[in-house]
Design a binder for this molecule. Sequence first.
Ligand code: UN1
Length: 512
Amino acid sequence: LTCLETLGINSLKQGETFYSVLTGNSVSLGEGSAFSAHSPIDGAALSTFNNATPAQLEDVNAQLQDAFKTLRSIPAPRRGELVRRIGEEARKYKTELAQVISLEAGKILPEALGEVQEWIDVCDFAVGQSRMLHGLSIVSERPGHRMMEQWHPLGPVAVITAFNFPMAVWAWNAMLGLVCGDPILLKPSEKAPLCALAMYKIAQNVIADMPDIPKASVSVMIGGRDLGEAISASPVFPLVSATGSTAMGVAVAKTVAGRLGRSLLELGGNNAMIVSDTADLDLALRAIVFSAAGTAGQRCTTLRRLITHESVVDGLVERVAKSYGTLRIGNPLEDGNLVGPLIDEGSFARMQSALEAAKAQGGEIICGGERVTEGVPAGGFYVKPAIVRIAHDAPIVHEETFAPIMYVLTYKTFEEAIEIQNEVPQGLSSAVFTESMREAEMFMSPDGSDCGIANVNIGTSGAEIGGAFGGEKETGGGRESGSDAWRNYMRRTTNTVNYGGDLPLAQGIVFE
Ligand code: UN1
């Protein structure tokens, strides 16, 4: 727990209760009910908070609006300098930050370090972007006229995150949002509030040395569902970016749409990999094990459906099961462990009922699913990753269970494989393993995968930050992180300028 000390998180409390409302200008305790966040490693209580209430949002909103008035006219490269320095701080404290992720989310340290690296990477990306917020120059149909686009800061942005990527998802939104000129209010998962305090500390340390940057540009409110609802309903936020379950996303989307705000959603995945009869199976094996068992199956990009050609399925499943047998399961902070705990007991219970449902629907459990209690810290919910052979259209296969269960399905023709891949309501990530150029191209074509991410000879998880991240259908349609995702955080104006001495009307209209 020295990481909490080193990062200065322990200074953010009154007695034993951590602050829930932090705006840079002030910190205060929540005024709602108390809750404790527990470490999934051993179930021990890590921190105590009081929920911030919707009433407390009012003062924060006023601070965010004030911050916006200043931030929007600070030159974007200067805002890039802010993000550059935040990236340097994150580099300096990479290990400690990763330890906080491991403590709260149960992620093994190498993957937690990878998550902090995503934050650092997106800082670098955003710094460059801060000098590239450009719009188009457009020819006008009228003499003596020209047209152009400008991208302006949008306003305060609310970022609602999930427990499983407590730092990276905030960073995708916040680092880009800041260079775009938007103050960022984070409402983190109540399962990972210390990660939020760590990020707040890092950013506020930088802001302390940059007096021109309004402090509330990086704010945090830790609270429950009622706070999320109040944020979604508040016209202060032209954009609400939310990551989590589809049910949560639908609730946010409805409320935000009700006031004609924008939502940026990154919701459930039910990601599949097609393994063709031409595939390099050694490569596929490694990708399957990382994507399906890594992070204990708790990534939105986790591989959940393995769609295998019927001629290679038996051998492949045997090799995956054998490899699962060698995976070290245990304390995520200990060297050599590759699978940490599930986030909590509820998650374990949902995994067990999914496995029961799979059996009832004709599935055969090839291996795994059971709780591990030996050689792991008591009080944590450690499980063996499960492999289930089942029909592609069994109802449970079409649901996302946030745990390490991989359903193995078979196909005969490649067209059938793509149909199976696309038949679920979610549309985040997908992959094909094939040595056939035709299959690879077909998979990426308009007739292929309907997901936001479609990989060839790479697993479904572990995307780089440079691409646009997100997916279709129940995944919510948002795209975050790289490519042109910065545009989410800005508003576009179209300017038509008349430098002539006449006033010709568009469309040739004569009005005299
Ligand atoms: C998530 O699980 O919410 O592609 C994000 C990946 C990571 C991000 C996952 N870069 O697996």
